[in-house]
Design a protein around this ligand. Structure first.
Ligand code: 3H9
Length: 698
């Protein structure tokens, strides 16, 4: 038997049905566009065919061009499916379910009609992978729905739900029931009606100043990127050029983006975020227990945020706290957080009310015994955690999964407080838990594969990006950040000012510099941690500058001063000569020579130590893939997505150069810069850092 064709053709009731069948998401891979062209030609040539339906098999219409093929050499087809669909003499009905994205929606826009099931989503998300719609979308969508609405869709790349798409005029009809039969019936109805070709519509009008305003609005977010600006330029072209010239302009702009650094980085990030979901070292046949009901222990800031994440995803959650007062305070905080979203317009009051009904406050372990999984989010102290897990072990039904949101405590010690360590894993959220996407799943030495898989799935189900972490101090994400934070502080002692370091990182693409972030989250937390660490380890390197700031009452924004000073009622950081003076004093007391830093040195000192640490964690098997670390930095630490991630960015410099620099710093600064053997190996072999994998995956 031959392989099933990626495009199938059938005629039913005088209607030709062209079905795209290219799993998993009907991307426009090899043969798909040719298959559509052949189907359309065949239908147009057959007098018995009155109209044509274009539909997707499986879970989606068409998710767009095959992203894997970008940046590779591709043959230019003799005729594009877009031209064939729009140019024929018979009406074509696009029947949409699942997703019609990118080239998928662009093909649909070349059809005469578009119908969809209510759950479908449409969009032109190309900007998110550093390109622009290159199949006529920038010219047809503005003609169909107006320049303003099209500009918004194309420059955000957002997925528009079918009912909204109908209101915008993208979808002609919403249909319930079997889509294929509905599409055939619709096609029979419209057969013989005049054909409306979007490409023949006049250029849409644009409000004066609209494009200039759009450029201004994205200036901060689109720093260092071309694609968002090219998207605006392409829509602008639609408003002032005849269709064919607009298409030529779109093609020209697309050509400038396809192989750009940002497009390569964003494509890499797209696939890294899919790869991170896989745990190939676990047995293939491990079951994945279903989690339908959740409990969270601890109604503090983290616990509340976790409960919100569950409720946001429609998952019922019981929130347990031993103290009625803490519980009430926690609930108030949750209500206040939702109310802010309602005020901002990102949530409706009805949605807020619905979410609140999913969060049930309870005061005893017996009340949560029946839940499928529980996440502990209590005070970060081993004795407290052990007590909670002993209670959970006693109370929870057999098979319930016991997760800890610890960011610092050994999962094995926590699991040892139970008689079911196989059911225990870490599920580490990043603050604020209801906002940050990263969800580290920590495997203890006794954690069962089923527990790991269920935790990974739970993360995805609540809209997070789940990533594997081995059990080690700091787990993977935070451990990889330690050198960054250390160098940030040590450079200051050597003479780089916080405002220089922050500027370098903002110019690099971070939304905020690390010192401004410290001020936002408060300097006192890490101050306490340092004291604790010093008590445990006399060799622990203290940080006298931030220590002194805290001791002077400069704890960050909340006290009106930290690394910067703040005007009342304003969050804008102002460089403070007082801080410069403290730095000089500390340096003088400790005999640290002051010098100037180039911006490049600042950037490299901050990031190279983390690359080195990543190599160590991969060699230890704590981090499975370098690309997992990239996903963590993108979703947990605000690393600029258009740079792919820490290790992808590192490859732009090269393992050899990074190794040489680290080796030089090792000579100069000592043990903390000892190069990782895996980094040395990559440098010697000329390998790519982003392709490094843990021993258990080899
Ligand atoms: C474009 O169209 C350019 C045009 O303007 C024309 C220019 C000339 N290509 O995400 P999932 C794979 S640009 C290749 O886990 P979900 C994905 O890697 C494109 N592969 O599922 C994964 O594979 P695996 C514009 C793709 O249900 C599997 O499908 N379109 C593509 O969570 C399942 O994916 C986009 O940017 C693709 N286009 O989400 C849409 N799409 O199983 C990109 C998916 O091996 N895609 N795969 O890991 C998405 O946003 C999501 O995949 C989607 C489904 C929402 C569709």
């Amino acid at each position: 038997m031959g392989e099933r064709p990626v495009v199938q053709y059938a005629v039913e009731d005088g209607i030709a049905v062209i079905t795209i069948d290219n799993p998993p998401v009907n991307a426009l891979g090899a043969g798909v566009s040719d298959g559509i062209v052949a189907g359309v030609d065949r239908a147009n040539a057959d007098p018995a065919v009155k109209a044509i339906v274009l539909i997707g098999a499986g879970r989606s219409f068409i998710a767009g061009a095959d992203i894997r093929r970008f940046g590779t050499k591709r043959e230019t087809p003799a005729r594009r499916s877009y031209d064939a669909l729009e140019g024929g003499g018979k009406p074509v009905v696009a029947a949409i379910h699942g997703y019609a994205l990118g080239g998928g929606l662009e093909n649909a826009l070349c059809c005469t009609w578009r119908i969809a099931v209510p759950s479908a989503k449409v969009g032109l998300p190309e900007v998110l992978i550093g390109i622009l719609p290159g199949g006529g979308g920038t010219q047809r969508l503005p003609r169909l729905i107006g320049a303003k609405a099209a500009l918004e869709m194309i420059s955000t790349g957002r997925h528009v739900p079918a009912p909204e798409a109908k209101a915008l005029g993208i979808i002609d009809a919403l249909v319930d029931g079997d889509l294929r039969s509905a599409a055939i019936a619709f096609a029979r109805d419209v057969a013989g009606k005049p054909l409306r070709r979007i490409g023949e519509m006049p250029p849409p009008a644009a409000e004066p100043g609209m494009f200039e305003m759009a450029r201004k609005a994205i200036a901060r977010k689109a720093r260092n990127q071309k694609a968002p600006y090219h998207c605006i330029a392409a829509v602008e072209a639609a408003t002032r050029l005849p269709f064919t010239e607009g298409i030529a302009e779109e093609k020209r702009l697309f050509g400038e983006l396809e192989n750009s650094d940002e497009a390569r980085a964003l494509r890499y990030a797209f696939f890294a975020e899919r790869e991170v979901a896989r745990l190939p070292h676990l047995p293939k046949d491990a079951p994945t227990p279903e989690i339908r009901t959740m409990a969270v222990v601890g109604a503090g800031t983290m616990g509340g945020g976790i409960a919100m994440s569950c409720a946001d995803a429609g998952l019922p959650v019981k929130l347990l706290d031993a103290s009625a007062e803490t519980l009430e305070r926690g609930l108030r905080r949750i209500r206040d957080n939702y109310a802010v979203s309602v005020k901002r317009g990102s949530l409706t009051q009805a949605e807020m009310d619905q979410r609140l009904t999913l969060i049930e406050p309870v005061e005893s372990y017996a009340d949560i015994a029946d839940c499928d999984a529980v996440i502990e989010a209590v005070f970060e102290q081993i004795a407290v955690k052990e007590q909670v897990f002993a209670e959970l072990d006693h109370a929870m039904k057999p098979g319930a999964l016991l997760f800890s949101n610890t960011s610092a405590i050994d999962i094995d010690k926590i699991a040892a407080a139970t008689k079911r360590p196989q059911d225990v894993a870490g599920t580490h959220f990043f603050a604020p838990a209801n906002v940050m996407k990263l969800f580290e799943v920590v495997e203890g030495s006794a954690t069962a594969p089923a527990t790991m898989l269920a935790a990974m799935k739970l993360g995805r189900a609540i809209g997070k990006v789940s990533a594997y972490a081995g059990n080690c101090d700091g787990f993977v994400a935070n451990r990889s950040r330690i050198p960054f934070t250390m160098e940030q502080n040590l450079m200051v002692e050597e003479g780089a000012l916080p405002e220089q370091i922050d500027r370098v990182m903002v110019e690099f693409g971070y939304p905020m510099g690390p010192f401004a972030v410290n001020d936002l989250s408060g300097l006192d937390v890490s101050y306490q941690t340092r004291r604790r660490r010093k008590a445990e380890d006399p060799d622990y390197r203290m940080l006298p500058v931030p220590d002194q700031l805290v001791e002077m009452g400069r704890k960050g924004q909340k006290t009106g001063a930290g690394w910067y000073r703040y005007e009342p009622g304003d969050r804008m950081p102002h460089p403070d000569p007082e801080v410069a003076r403290i730095i000089q004093e500390v340096a003088a007391e400790n005999g640290i020579a002051q010098r100037a830093f180039s911006d490049e040195e600042v950037l490299q000192r901050l990031l190279f130590g983390s690359i080195n640490e990543a190599c160590k964690m991969i060699a230890e098997g704590k981090c499975l893939r370098a690309s997992d670390l990239d996903v963590m930095w993108l979703n947990g630490f605000g690393f600029p997505r258009y740079r792919g991630g820490l290790m992808f960015w590192a490859d732009g410099i090269g393992a050899r150069e990074i190794y040489n620099q680290i080796a030089a710093w090792h000579q100069r600064y000592g043990a903390r810069w000892a190069p990782a053997p895996l980094l040395r190996e990559a440098a010697e072999k000329g390998g790519l850092l982003r392709e490094l994998r843990a021993p258990q995956l080899q």
